[in-house]
Write a protein that binds this ligand. Structure first.
Ligand SMILES: *[C@@H]1O[C@H](CO)[C@@H](O)[C@H](O)[C@H]1NC(C)=O
Ligand SMILES: *[C@@H]1O[C@H](CO)[C@@H](O)[C@H](O)[C@H]1NC(C)=O
Ligand SMILES: *[C@@H]1O[C@H](CO)[C@@H](O)[C@H](O)[C@H]1NC(C)=O
Ligand SMILES: *[C@@H]1O[C@H](CO)[C@@H](O)[C@H](O)[C@H]1NC(C)=O
Ligand SMILES: *[C@@H]1O[C@H](CO)[C@@H](O)[C@H](O)[C@H]1NC(C)=O
Length: 397
């Protein structure tokens, strides 16, 4: 998928660097990314032979209270149920609901099953719960490959059912996993979507998203890519900006300081190849595990997870965007709010939550999801950030 020789071509080492970085964002109009979190109501262990007893579901109102406490403006609910949506009534929390993959074939076959799902999960709560978007499926390509042909008809049925019900402010899309749809992602400018998916699914989907003002949703895990590619330095995946740690895309002249931006720009470039570079991007999942039952995953630890969250949030809130997309991603949802016992889909035994199962905080650092923590907007006037690094060279290939 990602040719091994391509990465080293972007390795750039500066021996004596004087980086003088001045950013002046006075009256800057680019809006920062909305930063949200994933809250999954199901904590049931996925594996049938799991040794841990399935935890009882968290009471949704406790979860909504935690979201309020943490001042998180947006929540993604991957397994939406009436109870989980109801908990956010009158909360002004923006909600991204996902329809489970196993429902996609029936939604595609039968418009009335789309209407039925909406009558159960949306109509009773709209607009008192602020549902902003619905993702039909999540990484369906990997988990239900036989249903891929049903995806577009299902999206279309959900969308037209919403319009028939007179609801116009909820957009409809689906969510992909970065590694299952991208090919040749390094450098970003060479990225394209996998064939034949690109032609049969993604191109018509992009046309639909464009026509309906919806977003392209993708799960972006620098952690997974870092584990696949030994030559990616850890600090580059963890937003540890250092003067010697960057990658240049020689085609576009863009310089990358972190893996997240490279992955986002790969998606931007692939969309441009498909002729739709202006569709907004939503990162439906991103995160770093704080532990893993697999002892060989030494980078799944609390210190790195905290570095990733801090770095990601600081980066997104700076509204710096990415080299190929000035406004950056529209929304990004951290995976996830509360640790699960066992995660679905073959990555069992990793903990991704920012809260322990008993709902206490895992990280001392206060994750600032929104401006609500600060008074005023002095952040819009970040002037004079000075960074001097002399002759350092800590990693070599
Ligand atoms: C569950 O079964 C799979 C394969 O059958 C095995 O690899 C895995 O270790 C088992 N998990 C537990 C917790 O026993
Ligand atoms: C609700 O949230 C939106 C955006 O997140 C914000 O613009 C608006 O002021 C909020 N409304 C209230 C009443 O807090
Ligand atoms: C369509 O879905 C509705 C509601 O889910 C169900 O009652 C009906 O039998 C379905 N029709 C067909 C042809 O599958
Ligand atoms: C999409 O947004 C544009 C500009 O905001 C608006 O004119 C258009 O009506 C919208 N289209 C739909 C389908 O909502
Ligand atoms: C919550 O769980 C964490 C991790 O298991 C533990 O360290 C902490 O003491 C617990 N807090 C409470 C109040 O039970």
């Amino acid at each position: 998928m990602l040719p091994p020789e391509s990465w080293s071509a972007f390795l750039q080492i500066d021996h004596l660097v004087l980086v003088f970085l001045i950013s002046l964002h006075v009256g800057c109009t680019a809006a920062a990314t909305t930063i949200g979190i994933t809250y999954s109501s199901s904590r049931v262990a996925a594996a049938a032979n799991a040794t841990v007893p399935a935890a009882p579901p968290l009471p949704p109102d406790r979860v909504a209270a935690a979201v309020y406490d943490l001042k998180i403006p947006a929540v993604r609910i991957p397994d939406a149920t009436p109870n989980s949506v109801r908990a956010f009534l009158y909360s002004n929390t923006s909600l991204l609901l996902s329809i489970p993959n196993h429902l996609v074939p029936s939604l595609a076959a039968n418009r009335s099953s789309a209407v039925a799902w909406l009558f159960q999960n949306v109509i009773p709560f709209h607009p008192r719960a602020r549902i902003s978007a619905i993702s039909v499926g999540n990484n369906l390509i990997e988990s239900h490959p036989d249903a891929v042909d049903d995806l577009l008809p299902a999206i279309s049925n959900v969308d037209s059912s919403l319009r028939d019900l007179g609801i116009h402010h909820i957009s409809v899309s689906t969510t992909f996993s970065f590694v299952s749809v991208m090919t040749g992602a390094f450098p970003p400018s060479s990225a394209t979507f996998e064939e034949p998916l690109s032609r049969t699914l993604i191109l018509p989907l992009l046309q639909f998203l464009k026509a309906t003002n919806s977003s392209f949703m993708v799960n972006i895990y620098p952690y997974n890519l870092y584990r696949l590619r030994w030559e990616i330095p850890l600090g580059f995946a963890l937003f540890q900006n250092a003067s010697f740690m960057y990658r240049d895309d020689l085609t576009t002249g863009a310089r990358y300081w972190n893996l997240f931006d490279m992955m986002v720009d790969s998606v931007v470039a692939a969309m441009a190849v498909a002729g739709h570079e202006d569709v907004p991007i939503v990162v439906a999942e991103t995160g770093w595990p704080s532990s893993s039952q697999d002892r060989t995953e030494i980078d799944a630890n609390g210190a790195y997870a905290e570095m990733y969250m801090k770095g990601l949030i600081r980066h997104l809130r700076s509204a710096a965007g990415t080299p190929l997309r000035r406004e950056g991603v529209a929304e990004a949802y951290i995976y996830e709010l509360v640790d699960k016992e066992v995660k679905h889909g073959g990555v069992c035994g990793r903990s991704w939550g920012i809260l322990y199962p008993n709902m206490t905080r895992k990280y001392e650092y206060r994750l600032e999801f929104s401006w609500a923590y600060r008074l005023g907007h002095w952040g819009d006037m970040v002037v004079g950030l000075l960074l001097v690094m002399v002759g350092s060279l800590t990693w070599v290939i």
